[in-house]
Design a protein around this ligand. Structure first.
Ligand code: PLP
Length: 287
């Protein structure tokens, strides 16, 4: 079965799917994206992801490419056509196609929309979570609007590659004051020795992760103690547990930060429990 992508109004074979060379996403990274998990044939936290998509677009003065209901419909069609039961759906909206010029294109230029979906075997993430992953720390060097889920991900690409070369899964950006902001594609968490979950507030310096929000809801539901505040690399290295969150990774235990082993070097019990209970708390929408 060949994969199918949605590109600007048409469902096309993935291998042949293409956008124009003057798509502003291609030339200026002038666009935004979303990634939702598909779990047991359901879209996970669709409402929140589409809310965030609308916000990202608003912040950049890019129009929604179609109504939210139509977008949800196309998303489902792509998932159906690719027969994805477990995996991801990816949405990308750019400011559209226009002659290259930094300023916004003429009024009426239609935003460009691409949607893809692919299967991911859940066992792969579950296996990684059983062992836990390592992270490295790197200086924060991104712009200050990382709250917008922009396709401009070059700093993220470079640090993720650096992590891979160091045998780690993720890189944590560290701000000028020594506080962890977030990972290249995940939010960062620690659990202190007095069992408090700590994560940076989503007001500034990080993307307000949807998985992060759901985990906060779980923490409240379970009556666990938490503190939304920045934490330092030193604190992380001395933490009882650490983990990262994202729609593609869910809750992933961290067992090493740079050369420091976290806890006993095995995934912590809190992180593992949050992972196993995640889909009890997330919103699940039928495809
Ligand atoms: N932070 C960054 C920089 C990301 O790219 C992502 C996800 O791609 C996240 C955090 C986690 O966000 P979410 O939980 O919505 O997937």
């Amino acid at each position: 079965m060949s994969r199918i992508a949605y590109v600007n109004g048409r469902y096309v074979r993935h291998a042949e799917a293409a956008v124009h060379i003057e798509d502003r996403g291609y030339q200026f990274a002038d666009g935004v994206y979303e990634v939702c998990e598909i779990w047991r044939g359901k879209v996970v936290d669709e409402r929140r992801h589409l809310d965030r998509l609308e916000r990202s677009l608003r912040e950049l003065s890019i129009a929604m490419p179609m109504s939210r209901a139509a977008l949800a419909q196309v998303m489902r069609e792509v998932i159906h056509r690719n027969r994805v039961q477990s995996g991801i759906v990816y949405l990308q909206v750019t400011r559209g196609v226009a002659r290259r010029d930094h300023v916004f294109p003429p009024a009426g230029t239609r935003p460009a929309l691409v949607i893809t979906s692919r299967a991911v075997r859940p066992e792969v993430g579950d296996k990684a979570a059983e062992a836990g992953v390592g992270v490295i720390t790197v200086p924060e060097n991104r712009w200050d609007r990382v709250d917008i889920k922009s396709v401009g991900l070059l700093p993220n690409v470079l640090v993720k590659q650096k992590a891979k070369e160091a045998g780690a899964k993720e890189a944590w950006f560290v701000d000028a004051d020594g506080f962890v902001t977030e990972g290249g594609s995940t939010n960062a968490w620690i659990i202190t020795t007095d069992n408090t979950l700590v994560t940076r507030p989503a007001e500034h310096g990080i993307l307000a992760g949807i998985t992060r929000r759901v985990v906060l809801d779980m923490i409240e539901r379970e009556g666990l103690s938490f503190d939304e505040r920045p934490f330092t690399v030193e604190e992380a290295k001395n933490a009882k547990e650490a983990f990262i969150t994202a729609a593609t990774t869910l809750v992933m235990p961290v067992v090493k930060v740079d050369d420091a082993v976290i806890g006993n070097g095995h995934p912590g019990s809190f992180a593992s429990e949050l992972r196993s209970k995640f889909h009890e708390v997330s919103e699940l929408e039928p495809v």
